[in-house]
Design a protein around this ligand. Structure first.
Ligand code: KG4
Ligand code: ZN
Length: 349
């Protein structure tokens, strides 16, 4: 990237309304992430209509705050980007229409960004994360291992055949009576466990030992449903939560081991991204996996793991630097697998 570009990014695909101004030198000029958690809490999960309405209520104000804090005008920015999928379609449309409207009013180019690609490229907001890399993408909607060759050039090595790993965290947490989102709540509970060795509880390791790099988490949830009523004390619950983490780490290690052999070349670095990547237990275990396999390990800072707009602006910067912009008739896509992305010639980088 030659000139220092500045892009305004908008994220509204789930329950965070987020806006960020990011530069191609990796400076986050200003950003806001407004969580709608309180709005959805009574329902134990995200309600799409409530999410879409909350985005409508807050997005304009957040854009103004971000622009004011940066003390920039639209003349100072190079493009406007919004998540155009995958995600809850009502919310995606709110962000997309806002970005298109701003683009039309200001004459600045517009880009529609794939939310999964934004997670996948987010570690590159830290310097030194060079292509290619092996990506473990673990969020509330996705669980996949991807060979990231270049911007837009992705090879899927494995994916979940049922639940995403974040869903497994959320569902097991719900069974324990913990609030949504379950991941942080389960991690907090696990930290209260006094026992570190010889866990008393055992959970299945679906697909482990089998060929391939696919994941399955549905059996884990079923096993948890049978085990949880047996838990007698707070220590039992905490120890169970710790066991759940051990089990997820063991599944990741088994699947990644196979993925290393499936990648087109021996991976030198592993990158983890998505909301579940905010989990410190899993980060530590992935670091140990990389140490054992002579690989570098990159995990984005915690705030960058969960949904935010800096990653949307960054993915847009990567694409814009290759000359990509989108037309204003670009449609919102509720489903948009990463492997359907189109790439660029390597020599254009
Ligand atoms: O990436 P994200 O913010 O939204 C999606 O695109 O899905 O991921 C949300 C998911 C939720 O399932 C949440 O429980 C999980 O990430 N999560 C965590 C942690 N923080 C968020 N899972 C485990 N440990 C955490 N600390
Ligand atoms: Zn996400």
């Amino acid at each position: 990237m030659h000139k220092n570009l500045t892009i305004l990014g908008i994220e509204t695909s789930c329950d965070e309304t987020a806006v960020a101004l990011v530069r191609s030198d990796r400076t986050i000029v200003s950003q806001r992430v407004l969580s709608q958690l309180k709005d959805h809490l009574p329902y134990g999960g995200v309600v799409p209509e409530i999410a879409a309405r909350a985005h409508v209520d807050h997005l304009d104000g957040l854009i103004k705050e971000v622009m004011d804090e940066a003390a920039l005008t639209y003349d100072d920015i190079d493009a406007i980007a919004a998540t155009s999928g995958p995600g809850l379609i009502g919310g995606v449309m709110v962000g997309l229409m806002t970005a298109k409207g701003l683009s039309l009013a200001t004459g600045k180019p517009f880009l529609g960004i794939n939310h999964i690609e934004a997670h996948a490229l987010s570690p590159r907001l830290s310097p030194g994360v060079e292509f290619p890399y092996l990506l473990l993408l673990v969020s509330g909607g996705h669980c996949q291992i991807v060979w990231v060759n270049h911007v837009g050039a992705y090879q899927l090595l494995g994916h979940t055949i049922d639940d995403a790993v974040g869903e497994a965290f959320d569902k097991v947490a719900k069974l324990l009576g913990l609030p949504y989102p379950g991941g942080p709540a389960l991690e907090k509970l696990a930290r209260q466990s006094k026992s570190v060795s010889s866990p008393r509880f055992h959970l299945p390791l679906p697909l482990c030992g089998k060929p391939g790099a696919d994941f399955s988490f549905a059996g884990l949830k079923t096993a948890a449903r049978l085990l949880i009523p047996e838990l007698q004390s707070e220590e039992d619950r905490a120890e169970f939560a710790r066991t759940f983490h051990h089990t997820i780490s063991a599944i990741f290690a088994d699947r990644l081991k196979n993925a290393l052999k499936m990648a087109p070349e021996a991976p030198k670095r592993l990158v983890v991204a998505g909301g579940v990547a905010a989990n410190q237990y899993l980060r530590d275990d992935l670091q140990a996996f990389c140490d054992a396999n002579n690989m570098e390990f990159y995990a984005p800072p915690m705030w960058l793991c969960t949904d935010n707009a800096a990653m949307i602006a960054w993915a847009a910067l990567e694409r814009f630097a290759h000359g990509q912009t989108d037309e204003l008739d670009l449609a919102a896509r509720p489903r948009w697998p990463l492997v359907e992305m189109t790439g660029f010639a390597q020599d254009a980088a």
